[in-house]
Design a protein around this ligand. Structure first.
Ligand code: PGA
Length: 241
């Protein structure tokens, strides 16, 4: 398993259902990873492209966007954590709000996936976050608490698991919480239990080249999960610089 304590910031590119061989050729040709060893840059393409991206041998880690909670067997369409290991995957996003929303993933499923990943030496990046409606009802903390308690497996610790706070209303919308709100949410998660104090907690939701410096400067933010802005290599370069 990769040593998380080695890094001070994490930039995770979540390409979602985007990309092609040609896209990867172009992206890796122009990607400029800063020379500091303290930044962990991870690219999460659709699974089909993992091996191709790995062959590029770039200055980045490989991540997947999801995995099965089964090991093997008659589960059509699934990809196991063990298979991801064979493709040199070191991180895997789980419980992204799009999976929760479009594929009916519950906290319990997310927890089983994260558990499976850890047991296969892959770091799960467990996503949590409130809807706009929940924010307006002022129940963000309650929602986060429930998601954390139900989706983070027993065996998780600060060295084998990352948490990503992604307000659902901020994903792909160009909207972000205030700096104060992000700081408070990260602080809230960290202090839910002393076990979370040392966790790496990322922020995700409309991170772009203009706001990334400010967002990454917030106390308690250890990096970013980046969707749309990770699809344009020059914008991504600016963010990770
Ligand atoms: P976004 O997506 O950067 O396009 O808002 C973030 C995410 O979905 O992880």
């Amino acid at each position: 398993m990769i040593d998380l304590s080695h890094f001070t910031s994490f930039f995770i590119a979540n390409w979602k259902l985007n990309g092609s061989f040609q896209f990867i050729d172009n992206f890796t040709e122009f990607l400029k990873v800063p020379k500091t060893a303290k930044n962990c840059i991870t690219l999460c393409p659709p699974n089909l492209y993992l091996n191709y991206l790995q062959l590029k041998n770039g200055d980045f880690k490989l991540g997947a966007q999801d995995c099965s909670y089964f090991d093997e067997g008659a589960y059509t369409g699934e990809i196991s954590a063990k298979m991801l290991v064979e493709s040199q995957v070191e991180f895997c996003i789980v419980g992204h709000s799009e999976r929760r929303q479009y594929f009916s993933e519950s906290n319990q499923i997310v927890r089983q996936k994260a558990d499976k990943l850890i047991k296969n030496n892959i770091i799960p990046i467990i996503c949590i976050g409130e809807t706009l409606d929940q924010k307006n009802q002022k129940i963000t903390n309650k929602v986060l608490k429930n998601q954390i308690y139900e989706s983070v497996p027993e065996i998780s610790n600060n060295l084998n698991t990352i948490i990503a706070y992604e307000p659902i209303w901020a994903i792909g919308t160009g909207l972000t919480p205030t700096l104060e709100e992000i700081k408070n949410s990260h602080n809230y998660i960290r202090n839910l239990d002393k076990k979370f104090l040392e966790f790496k907690i990322l922020y995700g939701g409309s991170v772009n080249a203009k706001n990334s410096k400010q967002l990454m400067g917030i106390e308690g933010v250890d990096g970013a999960l980046i969707g749309g802005s990770s699809l344009k290599v020059d914008v991504f370069n600016e963010i990770i610089s």
